[in-house]
Design a protein around this ligand. Structure first.
Ligand code: COA
Length: 335
């Protein structure tokens, strides 16, 4: 039996900065509203044609592989988490295998939205623990901006989300007191439609229906979010799953060195920080700069925190996510 540990991290965000004032030129919104409710000041949007979910993921992955001190052909498996794939199918995992020119390893796509990276890490962790693989490339990447309703109709959702990618290399660790100590995953499909993108899908509206109806008021192909309901569930589930992870390892909130919550909303992170009695320097937030980048938010934040020297060997690092599904989860790491 082995543990897995994160040996390399990388992230990529597009250069194009979109401020709240920029958005207020497209829709009826304003900097004050957005900052007060979400903490977001700006986000990055891909300029059309410059990048895709896959190419951003590849850029982040190259940095992570380099920092892990391995060669691309040392990668045994690829896991790609996203809700905004380049194609309906195949998923972006195989596109990464192609773009990185890696030998014909397996490539798995994870469809768990804001919890995608936590789910992906959990899957990778099991493969390494079992001895099946030595090095796994885990990517979270999102290109939201091309699919958002950038009018006043969509303002409740479109001001929140941004584009970007993060990646981690998970590698085999012989010392089972180090690396990923546990992962805990949950879902509650009863609330599937409360944060969702319904079309195009085989369930309710396929492309043919959209073309046939040609309805300018059709919102089914834009994301929908019941904001207050999501918020209320998020604060409860974040706390529960962090506590679940700590308890499973006989740890307490006071043992946490750094909490990296999925960057859903600064108010949610602040609520959790208060609940766990953590100082500002024990919770990493960057939603102010990037908005909510869904599956990319944790690996981007983790990479930034690591680059800033906020994570030292032996630290207890906790990752936690909540999002569409609903799905939620936590990862407890002894760095
Ligand atoms: N700019 C200005 N006004 C806006 C707006 C925007 N971008 N979006 C919505 N509004 C308006 C609404 O139309 C509404 O107006 P009304 O009172 O005249 O009807 C008013 O602001 C309040 O809207 P409401 O949706 O009740 O606001 P809220 O306080 O719930 O804040 C969210 C909205 C989305 C910021 C908040 O619910 C939230 O953060 N939820 C969690 C979201 C989240 O974390 N999602 C990711 C999960 S992974």
């Amino acid at each position: 039996m082995y543990n897995s540990k994160i040996t390399g991290l990388g992230f990529f965000v597009p250069e194009n900065v979109v401020t709240n004032d920029d958005l207020s030129k497209l829709m009826d919104t304003n900097d004050e509203w957005i900052q007060e409710r979400t903490g977001i000041k700006e986000r990055r949007h891909v300029v059309y044609g410059e990048d895709t979910t896959t190419t951003m993921g590849v850029k982040a992955a190259k940095i992570a592989i380099d920092r892990a001190g391995i060669k691309k052909d040392d990668i045994d498996f690829i896991i790609f988490a996203t809700l905004s794939p380049d194609y309906y199918f195949p998923g972006p995992g195989v596109l990464v295998q192609r773009d990185l020119d890696i030998k014909t390893v397996g490539a798995l796509d994870v469809r768990n939205q804001c919890s995608g990276f936590v789910y992906a890490i959990s899957v990778g962790d099991q493969y390494i623990k079992s001895g099946m693989y030595k090095n796994i490339l885990v990517i979270g990447s999102e290109l939201h901006s091309h699919g958002l309703d950038m009018t006043t109709r969509g303002r409740g959702v479109s001001v929140i989300f941004g584009d970007g990618a993060g990646a981690a290399v998970l590698s085999r660790e012989k010392d089972t007191s180090r690396g990923i100590l546990s992962t805990h995953l949950h879902s509650e499909g009863q609330h599937a439609e409360e944060l969702s993108l319904i079309a195009p899908g085989m369930g309710k509206r396929w492309v043919n229906d959209i073309i046939k109806d040609n309805d300018p008021n059709d919102e089914s192909y834009f994301p929908y979010m019941n904001g207050q309901f999501v918020f209320k569930n998020a604060v409860v589930r974040f706390s529960e799953v962090i506590m679940e992870g700590l308890s499973a390892n006989n740890l307490k909130p006071t043992d946490i060195d750094l909490l990296i919550p999925h960057q859903a909303n600064l108010r949610i992170s602040q609520f959790i920080q208060k609940q766990f009695g953590l100082r500002d320097d024990q919770v990493y937030n960057n939603i102010m700069k990037y908005g909510n980048t869904t599956a990319a938010s944790i690996p981007i934040a983790l990479t930034e925190a690591w680059e800033q020297g906020m994570i030292k060997s032996g630290d207890l690092v906790v990752l936690a996510a909540f999002g569409s599904g609903f799905t939620w989860g936590s990862v407890i790491i002894r760095w």
